[in-house]
Design a protein around this ligand. Sequence first.
Ligand SMILES: Cc1cc2nc3c(=O)[nH]c(=O)nc-3n(C[C@H](O)[C@H](O)[C@H](O)COP(=O)(O)O)c2cc1C
Length: 212
Amino acid sequence: MTNTDILAALQWRYGVKTFDTEKKVSEEDLATILESARLAPSSFGIEPWKFIVVNNPELRQKIRAAGYDQTKITDASHLIVIADRTDAEALTGELVDRTAKAQGKAPEDFAMLQNMVSGAIASKPEGMARDAFLTAQTYIPLGMMIETAALLGVDAGPMEGFDPVQVTSILGLEDKHLRAVTMLALGYRGDDAFAALPKTRRAHDEVIEVMN
Ligand SMILES: Cc1cc2nc3c(=O)[nH]c(=O)nc-3n(C[C@H](O)[C@H](O)[C@H](O)COP(=O)(O)O)c2cc1C
């Protein structure tokens, strides 16, 4: 894939409103899109997230009712709910165990990492600031899935337009220390007037500044 191909895919991509109800994303493409989320970077590598693929039609109907009746919630081929973790205290230990396992070492070898990460999380006051820090991480895999989908020619519709408290409850996420943050509909654009609209973006020089 050339640079031109990548930019063409990103120009082709837009936030789809109306999906084709008949066309399904292949298992291979879905797996690749989800893998790009799993491989996303996060602050310290804490990965405070979960990606829930909601296939159950009744659940999707309920989520749609909590999502301003956006048709893509039920009509897209797949719906992924991106959740963040509410149990910040568990994340450091999990990171240390994961890192130790990957490197074939003992968790005790990572005492410095343990102190640094738990200190960084503790330094954010419990409540809004800590929640915002964890929630912010989940936008990275969301972005990676949107880009991977575009590179595969799969359409995506990211969503924040829903009641996260209701969606968290519909999926029974509280008991799993999870909270719905965003959602991503995947599939293929249907008869969607938005597809024909020109892309609206700030000019290059407005958002990119080079300091030499
Ligand atoms: C985090 C996030 C949340 C969004 N929420 C919604 C949404 O709830 N409903 C919707 O129709 N579009 C939603 N969008 C799509 C944006 O409106 C769209 O990406 C933006 O206007 C730029 O246009 P484009 O993606 O079509 O180029 C969301 C996009 C992002 C990144």
